[in-house]
Design a binder for this molecule. Structure first.
Ligand code: GUN
Ligand code: FE
Length: 460
């Protein structure tokens, strides 16, 4: 997938969320992308160089003009996805988290010692996420070095921007014999080997795929493992990802073991910094939120998964008001859907449920948590710019210097679920419709770093 020259010019209407809660619609723009895949300039038709730039791009054979009924949006950022769990997406959600891990998930993840199985699943998932418009994904792989490296390689070859973690888990009290690091020191050494392996993958010069230090969650790791991973992350200047205060059981487990919250522990272990992403964070306290904000840690909000495993709705409004960079995650397979647009919709819906409450036997004045609702504009920000900010990457908005990761949403495809009456609505409302009713057939083209990775437009 690696190309030396990613030059491109795309003409059409784009919609993005450069600021939380604000949507910007720019009609008839020309986005000019440079050889390294970053946006060079954004021109409007009244710019004196507009026509000349269109012509130059046409002559060079890299001009793309969107049709009516097509919108250009930033590529979606999935901030939390478990690649090896793809085969069980959409099943086994009737038991609590701790039982689900032991009964279904660890046995499935243990299979990734089989590299052929890994190849088949990982390619299927990466293709599916790209087709759904996910241009960047922050992945948990499994404990296995070889197949975790394979996932990184598949992302690179398929053209997806990815951050991939080999999972660390060494605590014999929480991890079964068949799915645990051989020892703490072996686990730490494997993590370092993984980091070096990803950095030296052929054609990864642009760091399109990055390694991530990945303690599964505090219960699966010994103290030595957590401390060692903190040191490795620091030495290698790596991203970190883990689950944080996800469920009541997990939150209480950490309080019982350390007398502290997940957030305090992770900070003590050197695992909370500007390159860290904590998944879920449902049960964090106000003090934890302050720590997360001050350390510039991002949060991956996974609204679907939280319904099943956290029995709660993440107080997203509060986190955003605190100034935390919150993005969205599918959390496959705790969340059943590979679509981040669906999770956008769910983030909005769940926040309404949190605000209003749902038990009709209670008076409406005591049923919910006031001021919890999110708008679709805010959910869209989280799925794009918010995810990018959480990762510290220049992605998620259209802006000179930012990577050109983008999707084309077409209202007019066959079998679309979107009712298309443009004369009745403005572009903001059309974005709302995209969030509620677009699915993969509406996503006709996907670029990552200026390279086409999905193209259904030209095949029609
Ligand atoms: N906590 C520890 N492991 C997992 C996992 O695989 N999925 C979710 N949702 N939570 C976890
Ligand atoms: Fe998860």
């Amino acid at each position: 997938m690696y190309k030396q020259d990613n030059r491109l010019a795309v003409r059409g209407t784009y919609i993005h969320a450069p600021k939380l809660g604000e949507i910007e619609v720019v009609e008839s723009a020309l986005i000019v992308v440079g050889a390294a895949g970053a946006v060079e300039q954004i021109l409007l038709p009244d710019d004196p160089s507009f026509e000349a730039n269109c012509r130059a791009a046409k002559d060079a054979g890299h001009y793309v003009q969107l049709r009516e009924n097509q919108y250009l949006l930033p590529g979606l950022v999935d901030l939390h996805v478990h690649a090896p769990q793809w085969p069980q997406a959409g099943r086994a959600l009737r038991v609590p988290l701790e039982q689900w891990l032991q009964q279904y998930t660890f046995p499935l993840e243990a299979r990734y010692s089989d590299i052929e199985f890994a190849q088949c699943v990982y390619q299927s998932l990466v293709n599916t996420l790209l087709a759904n418009g996910t241009t960047t994904a922050l992945y948990f792989a499994s404990i296995h070095l070889e197949s975790s490296l394979l996932l990184a390689q598949i992302c690179l070859e398929s053209g997806q921007r990815a951050l991939v973690g080999k999972v660390s888990m060494d605590n014999p009290e929480q991890c079964p014999d068949y799915y645990r690091e051989q020892s703490t020191s072996a686990g730490l050494a494997t993590t370092e080997a993984f980091i070096c392996g990803v950095k030296s993958l052929p054609n990864n010069q642009l760091s399109m795929v990055r390694p991530v230090v990945t303690p599964r969650f505090i219960p699966s790791c010994t103290d030595e493992m957590l401390l060692g991973l903190g040191q490795i992350a620091n030495q290698h200047d790596c991203h970190v990802q883990t689950h944080c205060s996800e469920s009541e059981w997990e939150h209480q487990y950490v309080l019982d073991r350390f007398g502290k919250s997940d957030t305090e522990c992770l900070a003590d272990m050197g695992l909370a910094n500007g390159k860290s992403v904590f998944a879920h964070a449902n049960f964090v306290s106000d003090e934890d939120m302050t720590i997360i904000h001050e350390a510039a840690v991002g949060i991956a909000h996974c609204p679907m998964s939280n319904i099943y495993f956290a029995n709660s709705v993440f107080p997203t409004r509060k986190a955003l008001n605190t100034g935390i960079n919150v993005g969205l995650g599918t959390d496959i397979a705790g969340g059943p859907s590979p679509s981040l647009l669906f999770n956008c919709q769910m983030a909005t819906s769940m926040s309404r449920i949190l605000e209003s409450g749902v038990d009709p036997t209670l008076r409406d004045s005591v049923r919910g948590v006031a001021d919890s609702r999110l708008t679709f504009q805010e959910a869209f920000w989280m799925a794009t710019a918010g995810g990018g900010a959480a990762l510290g990457e220049n992605i998620g908005v259209f802006k000179p210097g930012y990577c050109f990761d983008a999707i084309v949403v077409d209202f007019n495809v066959e079998h679309s679920n979107i009712a298309n009456w443009p004369e009745l609505e403005n572009a903001d409302e059309q974005l709302e419709k995209i969030i509620y009713n677009a699915n993969r057939q509406n996503i006709v083209r996907v670029w990552v770093n200026g390279q086409t990775v999905v193209d259904r437009a030209s095949s029609r």
